[in-house]
Design a protein around this ligand. Structure first.
Ligand code: PLP
Length: 394
């Protein structure tokens, strides 16, 4: 049977990682893969996570199964982190998943189970895994305009015009904050307009929130998810702990289903557990337990928040430095969008040729669509990148 497999396209980001590793040049800069890196190029274990791990090692006396939807304490802690008090707890069903990707996969399967005809509206561009999972599941999706190639901000008029085509029961996938790959985000007035459109049409929002705390702050980054969840009858939220807790390899995420009332919540909770059972049975526990410990211990939580804030401000500082450097070199404000974008990524908005030139002539690696990982920079490499961007004629 194995002879039936066809070669799969190589993952463009992973092949970029390989090319970077094999590049012998000193001073090469990796802005490719979507992992946070500090000024030394390292992805550290966060202090509070390390402390929780130590405590867990001392206290944990069993590795037996927990529950199909994971530990309810994890769900409570994550619902608190993402939704705060915006929605009554009794209307939220939640299940732990292997990472944010697992939550997205389970969300799509849930949609398919509920309504085989639902179409999923995705931003153009979006995180490529969204569409590849939809393809794999054989689900129909429709792209809506999102990125304005001129301003490098959101093409809000285009987005709203395209979303006018949604029908009741369709799903609108929205990035809760720190849009990947563009870095361009809606403001709260625009979010309100999206909410109004969802309510007029009966389409159901699905929020992917993978970078809470990387944009404008933990609370600020959750504001859109809270607004949506508290304003529509039903929504799905897929949250990842990979980035903001720095626990990428632990595979920690959660899917939340918000419904209009508590009786529906019971059925939703059963369905989430059922879907976990079919796909992987019990979700990974280690990362979820660490997150629960960090969020429920005042001292650990304060330390985590402080470190996350250092990470956020560090990336913001790099953005401002890069925008400033480019303003100086170009004598124009046309790169100001880099300081407006939020999160780990910015789409430079240039051609694949220019991206190739940055790689071959300057040893600067970014994804072909010109997505840069801002965390791949440091104070010393920002001027080098700025000069290269001007040199190749972006
Ligand atoms: N959603 C978006 C937009 C992402 O960028 C990512 C990670 O890159 C994820 C979800 C899920 O990440 P993970 O599965 O590692 O938690």
């Amino acid at each position: 049977m194995f002879e039936n497999f066809k070669p799969l396209p190589v993952d463009s980001i992973l092949s970029l990682v390989k090319a970077f590793r094999e590049d012998p040049r000193d001073g090469k800069i990796d802005l490719g893969v979507g992992v946070y890196k500090n000024a030394d190029g390292l992805t550290p274990v966060m202090r509070a996570v390390k402390a929780a791990e130590k405590k867990l090692w001392e206290q944990e006396d069993s590795k037996s199964y927990v529950a199909l939807a994971g530990d309810p304490a994890f769900s409570d802690a994550m619902i608190g982190l993402v939704l705060g008090e915006s929605v009554a707890r009794g209307s939220i069903a939640a299940a732990a998943t292997p990472g944010g990707t697992g939550a997205i996969r389970q969300a799509f399967e849930l949609v398919k189970l509920a309504n085989a005809n639902a179409r999923v509206f995705v931003s153009n561009p979006t995180w490529p895994n969204h569409t590849s999972i939809l393809d794999y599941l054989g689900m129909e999706y429709v792209a809506y305009r999102y990125f304005d190639a001129e301003t490098r901000g959101v093409d809000f008029d285009g987005m709203m015009a395209d979303l006018k085509d949604v029908k009741a029961g369709d799903i609108v996938l929205l990035h809760g904050c720190c849009h990947n790959p563009t870095g361009a985000n809606l403001n709260l007035t625009q979010w309100q307009a999206v909410v109004d459109l969802l309510n007029e049409t009966g389409a159901i929002p699905m929020i992917d929130i993978a970078y809470q705390g990387f944009g404008d702050g933990l609370e600020e980054d959750a504001a859109a998810a809270r607004l949506v969840a508290s304003s529509v009858p039903e929504c799905l939220i897929a949250a990842s702990c990979s980035k903001n807790f720095g626990i990428y390899r632990e595979r920690t995420g959660i899917l939340m289903a918000v419904s209009a009332d508590a009786s529906q919540q019971v059925l939703n909770q059963q369905t989430l557990a059922f879907l976990n059972r079919q796909n992987f049975s019990f979700p990974p526990d280690h990362g979820a337990r660490l997150v629960t410990m960090v969020l429920s211990d005042a001292e650990l939580c304060a330390d985590w928040k402080a470190e996350l804030e250092e990470v956020r401000l560090g990336m913001l500082g790099l953005r401002e430095q890069l925008a400033g450097e480019l303003q100086r070199l170009s004598g124009s404000d046309r790169f100001g969008f880099l300081a407006q974008h939020r999160g780990m990524f910015s789409r430079l908005g240039t051609t694949p040729d220019m991206v190739e030139k940055l790689k071959t002539e300057h040893g600067i690696y970014m994804v072909g669509d010109s997505r840069m990982n801002i965390a791949g920079l440091n104070a010393q490499s920002v001027p080098i990148l700025a000069k290269a961007i001007i040199d190749v004629g972006v």
